[in-house]
Design a binder for this molecule. Structure first.
Ligand SMILES: [Zn+2]
Length: 161
């Protein structure tokens, strides 16, 4: 499932990307494809909006909350998004690109030493160069999601150890 978020929903878009969901922010100047091109994609994007709009060719979902985490909860529950280790941090939260795996040697000098020492797995965004690694935010995120998904949690979340 892919999303197209209204411009004002930047924080929601960021969280969806962290979960691994391809989410384009409407009207971003650095966006690769324009809206017409997006409509040609095989899988229509679900439009996330806070405003009522005329029905378009894609499915639109009207969010009820103004709070980004509540919005994320709405989207996760409504679309029954699955969340797993492979999805979390598979996508750059800033530019929506799929991350590529890089070795520890490749990130020397780009991450703090204690991070380098404590992790064997790193991912880098091919566009902006940000380096990602599994950290405490991953555990926090999984706990939060487990609460949101409740009954779904056992099926959707894989254990970390
Ligand atoms: Zn990036």
């Amino acid at each position: 499932m892919k999303f197209l978020a209204e411009r004002m929903l930047g924080r929601l878009a960021k969280w969806l990307r962290i979960l691994g969901y391809d989410t384009v922010l409407e009207g971003r100047p650095d966006m690769e494809a324009n809206l017409e091109e997006l409509e040609k994609e095989d899988e229509p994007r679900v439009i996330l909006t806070r405003r009522r709009k005329k029905p378009g060719p894609s499915q639109a979902y009207l969010l009820h909350s103004d709070d980004p985490m509540e919005q994320l909860k709405e989207v996760v529950v409504t679309f029954r998004l699955t969340v797993d280790e492979a999805g979390i941090f598979s996508r750059c939260s800033v530019c929506n690109r799929a991350l590529v795996a890089v070795s520890r040697a490749e990130v020397v000098g780009q991450v703090p030493d204690y991070v380098l020492a404590g992790h064997g797995t790193f991912h880098r965004c091919p566009r902006c160069g940000r380096v990602y690694w599994p950290g405490s935010h991953l555990d926090r995120m999984k706990k939060w999601l487990a609460g949101v998904l409740e009954d779904d949690a056992e099926n959707s979340l894989t254990s970390s150890k």
